[in-house]
Ligand binder design. Structure first.
Ligand SMILES: [Zn+2]
Ligand SMILES: [Zn+2]
Length: 245
């Protein structure tokens, strides 16, 4: 697992993150909630995980703008998070792409209405920064479809699932849905991700699941995969508390 996309641009979901630019960092300057910011996803050896660190838009360097252009193949709208920005912020990103640097260093565009958390309770997963398809390696993850969630339905080991990389505060985390539970809107987003070679895991799943994914993407409708064969029932061990996640 490589922790998702390298960059993300958004209206800050909290006022807690510090800016990584040297001077801001020294002075402990935070990024305001709702303010336009750029996240860079990097591996932190000490923490043994990927962590997204942030900069004020005005503190983004020309080298980072070039890095963004590179991963987005010169298309601003291919930058993760771009679609959820205000029109004004989108314009600043376009300008930066044109000039290979941030044009207005004072630009903040604080938009509390666009400062969304990752999860809202209608089951739609927001602020998605990446997708992956995979065979569930265990039966621990729940499904984010409200119907499954209400009933506590888990995704069984061996079932085809879709993983959504989302941002929560400064961290990347994964949420999952049964493949059969994804919505037409999500299929649309997947088509886009697949076209850009950004649908992870697609080459690693067995052929019958691969066909289900490709057929779903091509038709725009969710094709239901066959259920995996039921695993042998587990005999509960006494004296141990059940694991949950
Ligand atoms: Zn800064
Ligand atoms: Zn489900």
């Amino acid at each position: 697992d490589d922790g998702g996309p390298k960059y993300r641009i958004e209206h800050s979901t909290s006022g807690k993150a510090g800016c990584q630019q040297a001077k801001c960092k020294r002075e402990g300057v935070k990024i305001a909630k709702g303010e336009l910011r750029l996240g860079t996803n990097g591996w932190w050896e000490q923490e043994q995980k990927f962590i997204m660190t942030w900069k004020h838009w005005g503190c983004v360097t020309p080298a980072q703008v070039k890095g963004l252009k590179l991963i987005a193949s010169d298309k601003p709208k291919a930058v993760p998070g771009f679609a959820e920005l205000s029109a004004e912020s989108q314009e600043q990103v376009r300008l930066a792409f044109d000039q290979e640097k941030v044009v207005d260093k004072e630009f903040k565009d604080i938009r509390l209405d666009l400062a969304k958390g990752s999860y809202q309770d209608d089951g739609e997963i927001r602020n998605v920064v990446g997708y992956k398809v995979e065979v569930a390696p265990s039966g621990r993850a729940g499904c984010r479809n409200p119907m499954c969630k209400d009933k506590g339905v888990k995704i069984l080991k061996g079932e085809l699932r879709l993983g959504f990389a989302t941002m929560w505060e400064e961290y990347t985390s994964w949420a999952y849905k049964h493949w059969r539970c994804i919505t037409p809107t999500e299929i649309g987003a997947l088509q886009d991700a697949h076209d850009h070679g950004m649908l992870k895991g697609i080459v690693n799943i067995p052929e019958h699941y691969y066909n289900v994914v490709i057929e779903s993407i091509d038709s725009g409708e969710v094709i239901e995969p066959l259920m995996p064969e039921a695993p042998p029932p587990k005999i509960p061990k006494s004296g141990k508390s059940r694991t949950s996640k």
